[in-house]
Design a protein around this ligand. Sequence first.
Ligand code: IPE
Ligand code: IPE
Ligand code: MG
Length: 250
Amino acid sequence: MSDSELYARKLPRHVAIIMDGNGRWARKRGLPRFAGHKAGMDSVRAMVKGCLERGIEYLTLFAFSSENWRRPAEEVGLLMNLFMTALDMEVKKLHKHGVRLRIIGDCSAFAPELQKRIAAAEELTSGNTALNLIIAANYGGRWDITQACRFVAEQVARGELAADAITPAVIETHLSLAGLPEPDLFIRTGGEQRISNFLLWQLAYTELYFTPLLWPEFDEQAFAAALESFASRQRRFGRTGEQVEQLLDA
Ligand code: IPE
Ligand code: IPE
Ligand code: MG
């Protein structure tokens, strides 16, 4: 893709979302935190629908961070169960709609049964092209960069790569989202304005959008508002605003 095509784009190709605020949503209603995680599934469905309708090609959702193991064991267990159930209930429907499902993160920490279902869902949907749905589970941006560096270091140790041949492009080929376009739009619900160890490398030039809406409240209309905000921005990637205007006029 040429620079002018990238700068002119009013619709993101790749949206990445931190789905935050489930616990607070539930507590506001006097419900256990888990009820919020369950309610958040409707918002996930709404985002998938919204992306399919608009032809947004990549949707990456942060479902469980490498730090979320610090939560009470009961909540972690319930989240793992929800993950399993969601895989069972939703994968057929996703497949029917042409969605390719991928999980990024350190899956080795999950129960063998969950790992099996993840692999089966990825395999079943591997030929689909309507939308790439990427779920970040036991994911951490630092973990991602570290494991990429480990691969590269092993290549150097084997004498296959010179240390001075290591470029950002080389590192990129070993990251979880290798070869995929970087997120154009990042959304975080729940009111916090932080990255919480999400896609640290890939968010370098992503447009950031924060909303106080809690994740179960984030519906199609709220998504449309985020997309509108994206469309109104001028991305410059280091250039000046005048240069960007010239590029777009050319
Ligand atoms: C996000 O909602 C979901 C996960 C981290 C799994 P939270 O559970 O963090 O909700 P709050 O931030 O406590 O409201
Ligand atoms: C980030 O939310 C992780 C997910 C949404 C999966 P957290 O609720 O874990 O983030 P912090 O702890 O408030 O930064
Ligand atoms: Mg939270």
